[in-house]
Design a binder for this molecule. Sequence first.
Ligand code: PLP
Length: 374
Amino acid sequence: MKNIYFDNAATTSVEPLVVETMTEVLKDVFGNPSSIHLFGRQAKVVVENARKKIANLINVTPSEIFFTSGGTEAINTAINGCVKDLKIENVITAEIEHPAVLNSLKKFSTQIKLNFVKFDNKGNVDFHSLEELLKINKNALVVLMHANNEIGNLLSIKETGEICEKYNALFFSDTVQTTGKYKIDFSNLNLHFAVCSAHKFHGPKGAGFLYVKNGIKINPLIFGGNQEMNMRAGTENIAGIAGMAKALEIASDGNEKNMLHIKSLKEYLIQQLKINFKNIIFNGDCEERGLYNLVNFSFPKTEKTEVLIYNLDIAGIAVSGGSACASGANKPSRVLKALNCDIERTAIRVSFSKYNTKDEIDLFVEKLIKLINA
Ligand code: PLP
């Protein structure tokens, strides 16, 4: 039996060419990039070439990219720097942000005032509410994610950036779910901080970066040596960094083609689900808009749907009940709760990659019918 992997918002398989790139680095480049001898210089070249490649792909300068261990660390670094170094006191965010954002903001609850924007029942940010909050919170930091990892809703970062600019606010967007999926030109947005995690686009786990717009100076979260232009101490994960740059290059090259393929899978799944299940509900805005690789839907709670995700797993199909962080806990989704969805229902998140096929969707729907109606 071939297992089916439909949980690409949690993580993706590593691209063979990325494995090749990383293997070469692991085998041939073992120097410490901080050493001044040949071995160190070779390692430094790998890191700096990766930085240049990534900067080029998102149209920023290499000095605006700081490598981290992934999205969570990049998010913590940005928030820590905004509060401690930029002395931000007012933050405007949303209840449906990733826990990496919400929990690192909550860490500063005695120093900052947290304001939450309103959103519609599909999870789209209400820009009027954002403006109202910006009017009363001077010099604020706005933290709003580009795409929601559970429901796939997309935020217009261009429009949000323009609103932030009007009110002189800093803007930080969690771009973990969109980097590598869309061609984003970070330079022409009024965006001050953004983050990336390589494992979301067929790169390795444990590699990511923080983008900080030129002119903004924050201090590191991790202290020690002066690696990463004094922004992140610790010997660099050279193979991971090289693998991330390669993965982003491959994702950017195949962007249009992959998007068309994955979008057609999403449309086909929605069509099949609607045909076969009369009482299905689609959560968030995934039916009409949203991330092209993600569908979140729910069934009324019954004895069968309650154990659906486990039974799908037994049948060789990996889906999620929400985010990867939430699914292990087996708790109702915080995001769906905030959207006032009926959390008694069983929610399923399907997230595709370029490696998925229409045949896999047919098998999935067939299994769903059996498991729900059996
Ligand atoms: N932000 C979002 C929207 C995510 O989906 C994730 C990962 O699930 C993260 C942040 C955390 O990234 P990482 O797994 O690299 O720490």
